[in-house]
Design a protein around this ligand. Structure first.
Ligand code: 1HE
Length: 261
């Protein structure tokens, strides 16, 4: 499971948070086939103690996308299999066992943006910039970006990014929904870790529902969505942990919701 360009680090008293780090800074963390497969394997084999993951990239950039040096002459069939390999890996990120938070800085481009968009929360620092240079390279997204990115920013904005090579800076990226958090330079990892510890402290079934049920409910026709929501709500509230947490609040032992700062 070890790969020279991918690191796993465990944090917390109970090893409840994992940092998955791309460690190929000399190539701006470009994702070659071996690294994509290693990512898939890592998310399939996370230690059972882990309740949330942070992904980050070593060096000045989060990820420069597909390793263009590997872009060989592929026939149509090979192209499909290559794209499906990316899909399988990023599917393990999105629909793996625990929520994933991307800590972004520098370039988040091409397949790097596809990876970030498979995560559940994106935290960007002020150096972050987003682009989809596939259009100018004569190719197309192939790592699930055509499905996931429009759900974040809409078809029109993604079309513009690919047709014109438009680059969004960190502030604009947060405004249009590419990231949910914008933090000062150098603070994305710390903020992502702070969030990851909170997420890891949630009831596991609630996290599961948010990762696996919510995106599917959101795609369902309303009538079916309401039904799936009701089933998921009933399952989540029946867990002993849910009952204990509600009781703790009613007994004044759990935190209240605080006014936003
Ligand atoms: C790479 C890659 C890469 C850098 N594949 N080797 N992605 C792109 O089209 C983005 C291409 N990369 C860039 O635009 C820039 O490298 C960055 C803006 C990300 C960073 O710039 P900078 O000045 O910090 O680094 P650099 O000098 O451009 O690159 C340093 C080295 O990394 C250099 O190699 P060296 O041997 O000359 O030192 C670069 O060649 C190498 N490098 N990016 C291979 N992407 C599932 S489909 C997804 C489709 C896509 O992702 S297409 C978009 C690909």
């Amino acid at each position: 499971m070890t790969h020279p360009d991918l690191q796993l680090e465990l944090r917390g008293d109970a090893n409840q948070v994992a940092i998955v780090r791309l460690t190929r800074p000399a190539k701006r963390n470009a994702l070659n086939d071996g690294l994509v497969i290693a990512l898939r394997d890592m998310f399939e084999n996370l230690p059972a103690s882990v309740g949330a993951v942070v992904i980050d990239g070593q060096g000045e950039h989060f990820c420069a996308g597909l390793d263009l040096s590997e872009l060989q002459e592929r026939d149509a069939g090979q192209g499909v299999h290559h794209s499906r390999m990316w899909h399988a890996a990023l599917e393990r990120v999105q629909y793996g066992p625990v929520p994933v938070i991307a800590a972004l800085h520098g370039a988040v481009v091409g397949g790097g943006l596809e990876l970030a968009s498979a995560c559940h929360i994106r935290v960007a620092d002020e150096t972050t910039f987003y682009a989809l240079p596939e259009g100018s390279r004569g190719i197309f997204v192939g790592g699930g970006g055509a499905v996931r990115i429009p759900r974040l920013i809409g078809v029109a904005r993604m079309t513009d990014m690919m047709l014109t090579g438009r680059v969004y800076n960190a502030v604009a990226g947060e405004r249009i929904g590419l990231a949910q958090y914008l933090v000062p330079t150098g603070q994305a990892l710390d903020k992502a870790l702070e969030l990851a510890f909170k997420v890891a402290g949630n009831a596991p079934l609630t996290n599961y529902a948010l990762m696996h049920a919510l995106p599917r409910i959101a795609e369902q026709p309303a009538d079916q969505g309401f039904m799936t929501e009701a089933l998921m709500a009933a399952i989540a509230q029946s867990a002993p942990e849910a009952k204990a947490r509600v009781r703790a609040f009613l007994e004044g032992k759990a935190a209240k919701v605080q006014k936003a700062a």
